[in-house]
Design a protein around this ligand. Structure first.
Ligand SMILES: NC(=O)c1ccc[n+]([C@@H]2O[C@H](COP(=O)([O-])OP(=O)(O)OC[C@H]3O[C@@H](n4cnc5c(N)ncnc54)[C@H](OP(=O)(O)O)[C@@H]3O)[C@@H](O)[C@H]2O)c1
Length: 258
């Protein structure tokens, strides 16, 4: 495994790398010379990514995995323990969205979103954090969303899962302050991907996955806890976060047109 001298990592594990933001991020990492363990359930998407990335200085290693399956995660950890070790950088990006209004509220649909976005991320986080703490090294980034800041229309399940991830990261960040393990939370605004194609409203400040990947990459090289973008949209949402409910509900109603 060769290290690009200008970067702090030689290898990275990206979950949800088959398409969307994770795919763009995996492509960027490989262009920068990293060995990228690219995970998702769809092996075909990972193999296609690998083919498209031939010729770059890094390597894509398709690493098919369902983050809701503890056994599959354990096997991957054992594989790394026996060989090259855990990658120095881990980006837990895999997630899903299932927009529905209150009129279609469903425990089953909520559970599916929570199983992937929250529990699936936690399933990966557990063995990764243990190993990073043992070596007192490593960098870990967890994909949440600005949708976790406050409630948004049709996003009760999605927003709640992302709010839980933000909260989890805040708590862990405090616990990790005396260790050398770096933890960051990623909160993007809207990015054009198969996930947001499900939204039937006009998405403000929509970005392309490649732009998102560049922002994330820059954030990972920085020292900030939160990697949030696009900046103006994030400031606007952070301002909304401190507004009283009456003003918040009025403003968000005008901003997000369904
Ligand atoms: N797009 C946005 O506007 C936006 C904004 C903020 C945050 N985010 C977050 O960014 C992340 C990526 O979003 P995206 O828009 O790129 O979504 P996407 O295009 O739907 O891609 C999601 C990726 O996650 C993988 N995945 C889903 N369930 C999985 C599972 N159980 N095990 C392993 N992999 C799984 C998918 O592959 P398989 O289905 O083949 O497994 C796919 O590769 C998500 O966490 C999302 O919540 C997105």
């Amino acid at each position: 495994m060769s290290r690009n001298n200008t970067l702090p990592w030689a290898s990275v594990w990206v979950t949800g790398a088959g398409r969307g933001i994770g795919e763009a991020l995996a492509r960027l990492f490989v262009q920068k010379g990293l060995t990228v363990y690219a995970s998702s359930r769809a092996t075909s998407e990972l193999e296609s990514l690998q083919k498209r990335c031939q010729g770059y200085s890094g390597t894509i290693i398709p690493t098919p995995l369902d983050i809701t399956d503890l056994h599959q995660i354990e096997l991957l950890m054992q594989h790394w323990d026996k060989g090259e070790g855990l990658p120095e950088l881990v980006v837990l990006n895999a997630g899903t969205h299932d927009p529905f209004p209150a009129q279609e509220f469903s425990a089953q649909r909520c559970q599916r979103v929570f199983d992937i976005n929250l529990q699936g991320t936690i399933n990966c986080l557990d063995p990764v954090l243990k190993r990073m703490l043992k070596s007192n090294s490593g960098q870990l980034a967890i994909m949440a969303s600005v949708a976790g800041y406050r409630g948004l229309p049709t996003a009760a399940a999605y927003g709640a899962s992302k709010a839980a991830l933000i909260h989890l990261c805040e708590a862990l960040y405090l616990d990790l302050k005396d260790s050398k393990v770096v933890l960051q939370v990623i909160n993007p605004g809207f990015v054009r991907t198969p996930l947001t194609d499900k939204n039937d409203f006009k998405m403000p400040a929509l970005q392309e996955p490649e732009e998102a990947a560049e922002r994330i990459f820059k954030g990972l090289l920085g020292t900030g806890f939160e990697i949030a973008f696009p900046r103006r949209f994030v400031y606007f949402l952070k301002l909304l976060r401190i507004l009283p409910y009456r003003w918040y509900f009025a403003l968000i109603g005008k901003t997000v047109k369904t």
